[in-house]
Design a protein around this ligand. Structure first.
Ligand code: ES4
Ligand code: ZN
Length: 326
């Protein structure tokens, strides 16, 4: 209860959040109705009941269905604004949001529609509440590298809106080695690089993300716990891991939160952070991730403060902007 108040009160940054993963069933149904799109679920409750996943793929299948009802700029605005309201409630003062361009462009929704809607919400939240943000498009790794390259080129007219690029979706069968060329292009154009790795896939995917894709942050990265050499390297380089405990529980990356490696990662000197990933699907926004993890792992007040501090250190804010929060 003591820690609950602390978690609520401390300013935090969120660095691993898919905006399509904040799509609550109530809003899915509201937008489906507004856009005259039939849904195969009878209602909000039936949809929420479908959120039982045995693995990452089962989640992704239902997550892409939800995204199908997003058509217009206003839809992307409403989705993003709902999340930013959550940020305000939870004292998240800075957020770096992912979105999946291909999920929308492949359905015939223009990239401009997506980016404008999200960006207008981010601008309004900055103006009204002082919440700062960056937007990071992610390439879908189950699609080809050629598709990622053409998507990257489509993104360049909007380049001022993007801090960097990432890689998400199905890790098994789609290793980082598949995307070396596109991330070379990303870096040559001066963008930051983040990569989902070591969620369901092995520690080797983290090595390859660091050495071949030159990732500056690893999204998830929990499988690093299997590789002592990698732990040493991550600690030495202070490469941030954006860890998502409730996501890992819901997708059965861990069987129980008590088995989650977060505390061990911190003890190994790693720059770990706590994040919500896809909160509408995984059963909790950022503060709930902090609360449940703190309880399961018996985190101390100092460890919670450290995790909040790390969220700013690991962010893409300038050193000057970080100082305001650290
Ligand atoms: C994701 Cl948890 C997770 N892993 C990989 N890709 C994703 N996209 C949205 N959530
Ligand atoms: Zn993710």
């Amino acid at each position: 209860e003591n820690l609950t108040a602390l978690i609520q009160a401390i300013p935090k940054a969120e660095l691993h959040l898919h905006i399509e993963g904040t799509f609550e069933p109530e809003l899915i149904f509201a937008l489906a109705e507004r856009n005259n799109i039939p849904l195969k679920y009878a209602g909000v409750e039936a949809l929420r009941k479908a959120y039982e996943f045995k693995n990452l793929q089962e989640f992704l299948d239902i997550y892409y269905q939800g995204a199908d009802v997003l058509l217009h700029e206003q839809d992307f605005y409403d989705l993003t604004m709902a999340y930013l309201n959550r940020c305000r409630q939870e004292n998240i003062v800075h957020t770096e949001l992912f979105f999946d361009p291909q999920t929308h462009t492949h359905r015939g929704v223009a990239l401009k529609t997506v980016v404008s809607g999200i960006q207008k919400a981010l601008d309004d939240a900055r103006e009204q509440w002082g919440i700062t943000s960056f937007l990071i498009p992610n390439f879908l790794r189950h699609l080809s590298e050629e598709d990622a390259i053409s998507t990257f080129k489509e993104c360049l007219p909007f380049r001022d809106y993007f801090a960097g690029f990432g890689l998400d979706s199905s890790e098994l069968g789609h290793p980082p080695t598949k995307f070396e060329r596109v991330f070379r292009m990303v870096r040559e154009e001066g963008f930051r690089v983040v990569v989902h790795a070591g969620e369901e896939g092995p520690a080797q995917n983290i090595w390859d993300s660091l050495n071949l894709l030159h990732a500056e942050r690893i999204d998830h990265g929990v499988r690093s716990i299997d590789d002592p050499e990698l732990l040493k390297e991550l600690a030495k380089r202070q490469t941030p891991l954006t860890v998502c405990p409730l996501s890992n529980l819901k997708l059965k990356v861990v069987d129980d939160l008590k088995d989650h490696p977060l505390k061990k990662l911190l003890n190994a000197g790693i720059m770990a952070t706590v994040n919500s990933d896809d909160p509408a699907y995984f059963g909790g926004y950022l503060n709930q991730n902090f609360r449940e993890t703190a309880e399961a792992l018996k985190l101390s007040k100092e460890e919670i403060l450290k995790l909040a501090k790390n969220s700013f250190k690991a962010s893409f804010l300038s050193e000057h902007e970080k100082e305001r929060w650290i």
